[in-house]
Design a protein around this ligand. Sequence first.
Ligand SMILES: NC(=O)c1ccc[n+]([C@@H]2O[C@H](COP(=O)([O-])OP(=O)(O)OC[C@H]3O[C@@H](n4cnc5c(N)ncnc54)[C@H](OP(=O)(O)O)[C@@H]3O)[C@@H](O)[C@H]2O)c1
Length: 326
Amino acid sequence: MSKQSIFLVGATGETGTTILNALLEDGSFEITCLIRTSSAGKPSVQALKDRGLKVVTGDLTGPIEDIVALLEGIDIVIAALFPGSLNDQIPLLKAAAQVGVERFLPCNWGTPAARGGILTLTDTKGEVHDYMMRLKVPYTIVDVGYWYGMSVPRVPSGKFDYAIFVPANNIIAGGTAKNMLMDQTDVGRFTVKAIKDSRTLNKRVYAYGDLLSQNEINEIIERKTGENLELNFLSAEDVSKEKEEAIKGMEAHPREISKMYSVVNWQYADTKYVRADNTPENAEYLGYINGRDLYPDFKWIRFEEFIDDMIAGKGRKIYPHLQLSI
Ligand SMILES: NC(=O)c1ccc[n+]([C@@H]2O[C@H](COP(=O)([O-])OP(=O)(O)OC[C@H]3O[C@@H](n4cnc5c(N)ncnc54)[C@H](OP(=O)(O)O)[C@@H]3O)[C@@H](O)[C@H]2O)c1
């Protein structure tokens, strides 16, 4: 059987890297990585070439004929873009419709939430989905809960500092809301399962590696490290105030990436811990199919294993290029 051809946008990003690794691990795909022209000289792009990958350069905001030409012969498009560039999927979708691709994975890989002001990211992603569906492009929307790597508090010894992006020491609304969580490695592996599966065509699909509250996460970490966490307890009202402040900050400094991340951070605090949206029940309510039911033999990496690796010094800082104060 001939290999399916994949066009991967964002192969050097956090999500794109895990998807790329899983595609390579699977071995049944011809992969083309799209790199925007301005990034062609980055060491991360050279690293793709060093791995023997096919890299093409182009710009999603450039002439549509150029994108169509890049997509000729492509079966599946995966858009794992920087969340600030979500609208660049519009011309990509236009080109995908013209070429007649088998499947398009729009940039998602997040937590389930209704649209309408809960998460700005979800609203923008939803507008892209609307556009995709108007064009009748075949699709699979993949959501994965929240990454383990973004769910870890700082421990007093500083043992985890080498791998923490933003410490999760704010315990919100009592810390009891359960959340779907996933290891980044499994984000890629789950995505590859979904694209090989006809049952996920024109569906939203979700899964998780563990379902844990903040209190359960903290119990695991205290038990495994023997340290007592220093936590800040915030109410739902505190989150609401922080969110308003963050939005004002972003409106005052729209070009500052840390301001955008701050809004995202507080909106996530609200949806995950106050509204408790990041649950299997909410995903089912929103019409998703359950990836854990589809793949009962999948060996999900558990949160405890992730913490064992952090303790053993095998963790990895996500977004190593970003220094944020949020
Ligand atoms: N579930 C979770 O906990 C979680 C956490 C974080 C993110 N996410 C989701 O994961 C998805 C991807 O985000 P991410 O954080 O993984 O992305 P990321 O690390 O910021 O990576 C973005 C990638 O897209 C490329 N890129 C950016 N703009 C582009 C453009 N206009 N044209 C072509 N390539 C472009 C970047 O390359 P260059 O900049 O080098 O060109 C990079 O390879 C988003 O939907 C986000 O919401 C989920």
